[in-house]
Design a protein around this ligand. Structure first.
Ligand SMILES: Cc1cc2nc3c(=O)[nH]c(=O)nc-3n(C[C@H](O)[C@H](O)[C@H](O)COP(=O)(O)OP(=O)(O)OC[C@H]3O[C@@H](n4cnc5c(N)ncnc54)[C@H](O)[C@@H]3O)c2cc1C
Length: 384
């Protein structure tokens, strides 16, 4: 019975679809079933923060319908179907009252947005944008507003700030850190990006947080801990993501910050694998596209009979702030070394060198951003 069961992939984000594509390169016929809680439309999530810059709404960002994907990949696709549990001993997925047998199971079900529990009656104006359906709802709500407040000054908050200014919206960014993109950019590069976003008209309220959010006139008023207020029509919450581990924990799978997998993407349960935003791969939680693509390639090999381990090369991230093009490849956490900085206005080249003078990471802004590829070749791969 289990022998004939399909490979089941849960999730149709970039991880799920990339894996299905890689699988079909190796094997045209093995039965595959994809299950997703959303509408199954194929899209590139990083493009969500470029809608105004590229003049595309949610429909414009959609790449293929679920039917087209199912046909192209020769698989069965079940949309609007939420997995509610996993019976690892029975090799069965629970979909509410229904049970779906699997031969191999791949969890590619992403990460949840962190939601702040704020006081006040203005919560219905708060949007988190973590998929195309969220983006569609946000763009619809935008029809009634010009003033946007963004909570969070990380990569996603800064990208939306730039994009919304490109769409001529008024933008305020509120964040507890003293610089943008803390943990991702060294201060010198962060200040350059902030300066250019300010030149574009973004107002920053750093080292403070939103304490209350109340209806006010046609919009909302945000009361900040530093005593300031910000009036807005809509609020984007971009305060972080947390890998989805609840259902995996419920099924007895080992979890840490994400679903624990080794370099072969194997969880602690037989025939169950994980990749993408939900996975902690050999201790690394990397919520970016390049790592998930590398995982998809390795896992496709394993699932077609040739066990393979993922190897991560240098994985630079391009930050989509066109007012200040930025590329970053953070050094490994806790690495020994120092930043060596070359600066020309808001163009910054910061290289993280270890005591042997090897480059372990970099941050490039402005005119230096084009050096990304050459520098990526110098940075050693990520080891465990
Ligand atoms: C605005 C924005 C900009 C970004 N920009 C960049 C960038 O420039 N570069 C970069 O490298 N990364 C970027 N990222 C991160 C990158 O997009 C993500 O790491 C990646 O898309 C995650 O893909 P995923 O398939 O793992 O998860 P997701 O895309 O979240 O997919 C999860 C899937 O699982 C399904 N699912 C969840 N729970 C269940 C359930 N219980 N049952 C059934 N289905 C379920 C969902 O419906 C969905 O189909 C950005 C992210 C955002 C939000």
């Amino acid at each position: 019975m289990t022998e004939q069961a399909p490979i089941v992939i849960v999730g149709t984000g970039l991880s799920g679809y990339s894996l299905a594509r890689e699988l079909r390169k190796q094997d045209k016929d093995t039965p595959i079933v994809m299950v997703t809680a959303d509408d199954g439309v194929s899209y590139s999530k990083p493009m969500l923060s470029t809608g105004f810059t590229k003049d595309k709404d949610a429909d414009g960002l959609a790449q293929a319908s679920p039917d087209a994907m199912a046909e192209q990949l020769n698989l069965e696709l079940r949309t609007h179907t939420t997995v509610t549990g996993i019976d690892v001993d029975g090799h069965t997925l629970l979909l509410g009252d229904e049970r779906l047998a699997y031969h191999k199971l791949v969890l590619a079900w992403g990460a949840d947005v962190i939601r702040l529990g704020l006081d006040g009656d203005g919560q219905e104006r708060v949007f988190s944008i973590n998929d195309l359906m969220d983006y569609r709802a946000f763009r619809k709500a935008l029809a009634n507003g010009r003033r946007i407040a963004i909570m969070g000054a990380g990569l996603i908050g800064c990208e939306f700030a730039n994009d919304l200014r490109n769409g001529d919206y008024s933008v305020d960014v509120i964040a507890p850190s003293d610089a943008v993109m803390p943990g991702l950019l060294p201060d010198v590069a962060a200040h350059a990006v902030q300066r250019e976003l300010e030149n574009l008209g973004v107002r920053f309220h750093l080292e403070t947080v939103v304490e209350r959010l109340d209806r006010h006139g046609n919009g909302v008023r945000l009361n900040l801990a530093n005593g300031d207020t910000v009036d807005a029509d809509l609020v984007i919450s971009a305060v972080g993501l947390r890998p989805r581990i609840g259902l995996a924990q419920g099924a007895g799978l080992a979890t840490g910050r994400g679903i624990t997998v080794n370099r072969a993407l194997e969880t602690s349960a037989p025939d169950v694998y994980a990749l993408g935003d939900c996975a902690e791969v050999d201790g690394h939680v990397l919520l970016y596209v390049l790592p998930l693509m590398a995982c998809a390639r390795a896992l496709a090999k394993t699932l077609t009979g040739e066990r393979a381990e993922v190897s991560y090369g240098a994985m630079p991230v391009m930050i989509k702030t066109p007012c200040c093009p930025t590329a970053v490849c953070p050094p490994p956490a806790g690495a020994d070394g120092d930043w060596e900085v070359e600066r020309d206005g808001t163009s910054v080249k910061a290289l993280f060198r270890n005591p042997q003078s090897e480059v372990l990471g970099f941050a490039l802004t402005g005119r230096f951003a084009v050096e990304k590829q050459a520098l990526s070749r110098e940075v050693p791969p990520i080891h465990g």
